[in-house]
Design a protein around this ligand. Structure first.
Ligand SMILES: Cc1cc2nc3c(=O)[nH]c(=O)nc-3n(C[C@H](O)[C@H](O)[C@H](O)COP(=O)(O)OP(=O)(O)OC[C@H]3O[C@@H](n4cnc5c(N)ncnc54)[C@H](O)[C@@H]3O)c2cc1C
Length: 479
């Protein structure tokens, strides 16, 4: 075997997974077909749950130190969600995807994981105990597991002939990063009677302090294929048609066409091969969710692969990657569908849509509605289906970042091991049986007892009788 886990694709999903496997002490090879990192501007919004995950690995502070990454205003269908009502510990930040990828690449290299570039996967065979991947450059890599983090047009997905149901793209629009003059609003949503559309979203400021925006633009003809390059004139004409002569393009930094295709693979696991990130789910980039969902797929899968490689994974642990993450991806696709309807992405100009948007916009003034949407988009509302969830409200949810006196929960998780909070100091004997996989902490702290998995999710809380079965269920046989 050349490596334990082969990760195909060095985007945010693949690199997050490589870091999780590094923390788990598993040998990993990361490959990418590109000869150098892409500088395409894609994601910019990093959601609360992803920020928490980075913090749990000690990476948040150094990532934020790479530049000015301000707290941003989230939105649903282009309707702003006021930042003062975002009640999460780590609210939404602007960190461009290119910065995240560069940061991870450097961090991984410093730990000895160098991305093997110019490696385009073209073939894949798996048998009972290994996967053999072949590359266009003639290289062959054998691994115990393979993770497809190779993006929306995943070659691994095609080779597996994995079912990928959903909706094909029916129209394209332009997504661009621009500097504009003549408009103060940072977020807007405008339809013209002739079928032109423009939406603006804030992207923070560049190092010179100049305001950047994401401009999504559509003309009456949305049939242009994704591959047709976007011209600067097209953007100037679109701006003029929607806003008149007052709004000017000062600078175009990047533009591409995006489609409204929405698909999700039926199965995230195919034997020894797992699909993650855009390889598993594609949808319109609305509400800053694609990259975040992919990075959280990686967080869920990493420690489970680590457990399998180290030989202590309980039966079916690897299957829980699908049962936990597929519903999350499906929920993202659904909310993106609702957003594209409220934005009238198809350009139907149906007055019913405008009426619905008006009422929905008014409802988003209600704190309850804002909380619901912010929890949903941020990933903080995620609750994995697991035994005990019906009996205790914390089970299946991201753990609260409790202050345990000398240390907080997210700092304990940096080890990549599970954490057992034992406020009454009564679990020493049972925890000792799994002492190579779990750290006991929080003696005397003002908290309920709970077991937190390496990915930061509570998997047991409350009744002491159930603790030993829960340890076995998640951490395998005792020592
Ligand atoms: C305009 C726009 C704005 C967006 N904004 C946001 C946002 O604000 N927040 C958010 O969360 N998401 C956003 N997204 C979505 C986000 O960019 C994607 O979800 C994210 O890039 C997915 O990451 P990934 O690692 O799964 O795939 P990718 O980033 O696509 O990475 C896949 C990698 O695999 C490599 N690869 C492909 N095929 C092969 C092969 N055969 N062999 C080897 N390597 C291969 C590629 O070169 C690439 O490096 C946006 C997307 C767009 C287009």
């Amino acid at each position: 075997m050349d490596t334990e886990v082969l990760i195909v694709g060095a985007g945010p999903t693949g690199m997050t997974l490589a870091n999780e496997l590094l923390v788990a002490g598993v040998s990993t090879v990361v490959v990418d077909k590109l000869s150098q990192r892409s500088d395409l501007s894609k994601a910019g919004g990093v959601q609360s749950r992803t920020l928490e995950a980075l913090d749990q690995r000690g990476l948040l502070e150094p990532l934020l130190a790479t530049g000015n990454h301000p707290i941003g205003t989230g939105h649903f269908a282009g309707i702003a969600l006021p930042p003062n009502l975002v009640r999460h510990r780590l609210p939404w930040r602007f960190v461009p995807q290119v910065v995240i990828e560069g940061f991870f690449e450097q961090h991984l290299a410093a730990q000895g994981i160098h991305i093997r570039r110019d490696h385009e996967l073209v073939g894949l065979v798996q048998d009972g105990d290994r996967v053999t991947a072949t590359f266009a450059n003639g290289v062959t890599v054998r691994s115990r597991y393979l993770v497809a983090a190779d993006g929306a047009h995943s070659m691994v997905r095609s080779l597996l002939r994995a079912e990928f149901p959903g909706r094909p793209g029916t129209s394209t629009m332009i997504a661009s990063d621009v500097r504009l003059s003549g408009i103060d609003q940072l977020m807007s949503h405008t339809w013209n009677d002739d079928g032109h559309f423009a939406a603006l979203f804030p992207l923070g400021t560049d190092p010179q302090g100049r305001e950047l925006r994401r401009l999504v633009l559509g003309g009456p003809d949305r049939s242009l294929p994704r591959e047709v390059p976007v011209t600067e004139d097209e953007i100037r004409d679109g701006l003029r048609t929607v806003f008149g002569a007052r709004v000017r393009l000062l600078e175009l930094r990047y533009a591409r066409r995006i489609t409204n295709a929405a698909r999700q693979v039926t199965r995230y696991r195919h034997g020894r091969v797992f699909l993650a990130g855009d390889a598993a789910h594609v949808h319109l980039p609305l509400g800053a969710q694609g990259m975040n969902t992919g990075m959280q797929d990686a967080l869920n899968l990493g420690w489970k692969l680590g457990a399998a490689v180290h030989g202590w994974a309980p039966e079916n642990l690897l299957d829980t990657y699908h049962t936990e993450r597929h519903p999350v991806g499906a929920a993202v696709l659904r909310n993106v569908q609702a957003q594209s309807l409220l934005m009238d992405w198809e350009g139907t100009r149906n007055p019913d849509v405008a009426a619905t948007r008006e009422i929905f916009t008014a409802m988003t003034q209600l704190p309850e509605v804002q909380h619901h949407l912010a929890d949903m988009l941020s990933g903080m509302a995620i609750r994995y289906p697991m035994p005990g969830a019906e009996a205790h409200p914390l089970v299946g949810r991201p753990s609260p970042d409790l202050d345990l006196g000398a240390v907080r929960v997210h700092e304990l998780l940096r080890s990549g091991r599970s954490v057992l909070l034992d406020p009454a100091d009564t679990f020493a004997k049972v925890a000792d049986l799994w002492s190579d996989r779990v750290d006991r902490a929080g003696q005397g702290a003002d908290t309920e007892p709970m077991l937190i998995r390496p990915d930061g999710y509570v998997c047991w809380a409350g009744s002491a009788d159930d603790l030993e079965p829960a340890l076995g269920r998640w951490l395998g046989e005792p020592r």
